[in-house]
Design a binder for this molecule. Structure first.
Ligand SMILES: Nc1nc2c(ncn2[C@@H]2O[C@H](COP(=O)(O)OP(=O)(O)OP(=O)(O)O)[C@@H](O)[C@H]2O)c(=O)[nH]1
Ligand SMILES: [Mg+2]
Length: 199
């Protein structure tokens, strides 16, 4: 699959502000600073489509992007959804709780999300919070969706470290937004989850 065009549509702070569920969606989840927004930019080859920053907590809203793609001459449309990172400490407790409540409700209600990409930092593959989020996603009360782990920032690992991680996580996808690796594998996964033969 090849992405032809990508455009920002809108931001929402909660379900009630979200777009209608009229396209299949791919959601990007992960701890703050793990590289969600950067990955959206790499994947779409648009440098500043999603706002990324070295300061954690950059993305504070649910951001929707419209995608036009092509596979074997067939035109495809879907959306990418950039989400605020979890584990970001520099907001007040009440603000954090409200976010979490809004985000949790959004994830429960948003049946149009067919693929959850759970991003994990390749340098810290065993973080408990990431395992907890994975369990949460697997426990959503609906069918017909996929949870895919994606290890980010693989450019920061040595060849041997990366090989070992791949052995440990045979089902994961490994990407670097910096060196633009893993994009084809991820695009193939998105195609499969949203438009594959089983759909
Ligand atoms: N070396 C390296 N740095 C990366 C990569 N992807 C992202 N970064 C850097 O990591 C930092 C955070 O990236 P973002 O894409 O803003 O992270 P995010 O997950 O969207 O963060 P929040 O919006 O705060 O949740 C930025 O400084 C990026 O340049 C990567 O593949 N390799
Ligand atoms: Mg972000």
């Amino acid at each position: 699959m090849r992405i032809l065009n990508a455009e920002f549509i809108k931001s929402a702070s909660k379900s009630s502000e979200a777009l209608p569920q009229d396209f299949a969606e791919v959601a990007f989840l992960g701890r703050s600073n793990v590289g969600k927004s950067s990955l959206i930019n790499s994947l779409t080859s648009k440098k500043s489509l999603a706002k990324s920053s070295s300061t954690p907590g950059k993305t504070r809203l649910i951001n929707f992007f419209a995608i036009e793609a092509e596979e074997n001459g067939e035109r495809l449309r879907f959306r990418l959804v950039d989400l605020p990172g979890f584990g970001y400490a520099k907001v007040s407790k009440s603000e954090k709780e409200l976010w979490e409540e809004n985000l949790t409700r959004f994830l429960y209600e948003r049946a149009s999300i067919k693929l959850f990409l759970l991003l994990r930092d390749a340098r810290h593959p065993k973080m408990e919070i990431d395992d907890e989020v994975k369990e949460f996603l697997l426990g959503l009360h609906r069918k017909d969706y996929i949870v895919q782990e994606v290890f980010t920032k693989t450019d920061k690992l040595t060849k041997n470290e990366l090989a070992a991680l791949k052995r440990n996580k045979p089902d994961a996808i490994f990407i670097s937004s910096l060196s633009k690796t893993g994009m084809d594998a991820l695009l193939a996964k998105i195609y499969d989850a949203l438009f594959g033969v089983s759909k």
